[in-house]
Design a protein. Structure first.
Length: 276
């Protein structure tokens, strides 16, 4: 009761804060409830946009940039990766699955830029958080210059998904891909797999965007040791409820959304540890 009274007093003293909080909560509902998202997006696209052939629309915000840091290494990686991504054609996954049509959509989707970042950095160990159909995993594998290993984490095994996976059994036989099942945001599970994350050259997080998981992971990433050239790649940084998280990153970073995923691709240099 006391907490509620204090909250009401705070709102009364600062009505603009209350409005911003309410507005943010309303917006955060939109991208993650498919029914709301598609209904509202359809209305927006028809009323505000002339092009009615856009396959998907999500609400976002534009905002100014303050105290955003970049590094020469990130600029070099980004430019080299963009050049490579514009020229390559990926050939992986099952062509008969519905999402395979996005594999070589560039710009717009992130598969070619992910593969290219792995390639130009000569990454050997990659962590993927969020396996889903495995198309991202296989794209990353194509980026290895000689050999490499991807440890991909998810809550559901690839062969137990409620949709078809791009994986086949043979993908796991040479040891270049392993899937680990569990909640990486759980402290005990994170500690169990700490060495894998601590040795990784690249960590790619494409997780649920539920206002909880990503924030937990960012706190856990603070435990990682410094490692020259280590990158953290975040998917969907344009989602409304990912904007605060992206802006909270104080490490050198670059927004590659124009050459990656249309919902946002952010690359962070965590060589000196994550600053968050």
């Amino acid at each position: 009761m006391k907490k509620r009274i204090n909250k009401l007093i705070k709102i009364w003293k600062n009505p603009s804060l209350a409005f911003r909080t309410f507005f943010k909560k309303i917006l955060r509902l939109i991208p993650f409830n498919r029914n709301y998202s598609r209904a509202i997006s359809e209305i927006l696209s028809k009323k505000l946009l002339h092009d009615n052939k856009i396959r998907d629309v999500r609400p976002s915000l534009i905002y100014s940039l303050e105290e955003s840091e970049i590094s020469d290494d990130l600029v070099l990686i980004a430019t080299e990766a963009i050049k490579r991504a514009s020229k390559i054609k990926l050939d992986c996954g099952k062509k008969n699955l519905s999402d395979s049509k996005f594999l070589n959509e560039f710009p717009g989707e992130h598969y070619r830029i992910l593969s290219s970042i792995v390639n130009v950095t000569n990454a050997k160990e990659v962590i993927e958080i969020g396996t889903y159909t495995g198309l991202g995993t296989l794209s990353i594998k194509e980026g290895f210059t000689n050999s490499g290993k991807i440890s991909t984490f998810d809550l559901v095994a690839w062969n137990k998904l409620n949709i078809d996976s791009h994986f086949i059994e043979e993908d796991f036989r040479d040891g270049s891909i392993e899937q680990i099942i569990g909640d990486l945001s759980d402290n005990n599970f994170f500690e169990k797999n700490f060495n894998k994350l601590n040795n990784a050259n690249i960590i790619f997080m494409d997780a649920p965007k539920d206002d909880n998981f990503e924030y937990k992971m960012m706190q856990l990433f603070l435990k990682l040791d410094k490692k020259k050239g280590r990158l953290l790649i975040l998917d969907d940084i344009k989602f409304v409820n990912m904007i605060d998280l992206w802006r909270s990153v104080k490490s050198p970073k670059i927004d590659l959304s124009s050459f990656g995923h249309w919902t946002g691709t952010g690359v962070i240099d965590i060589s000196e540890g994550l600053k968050f």
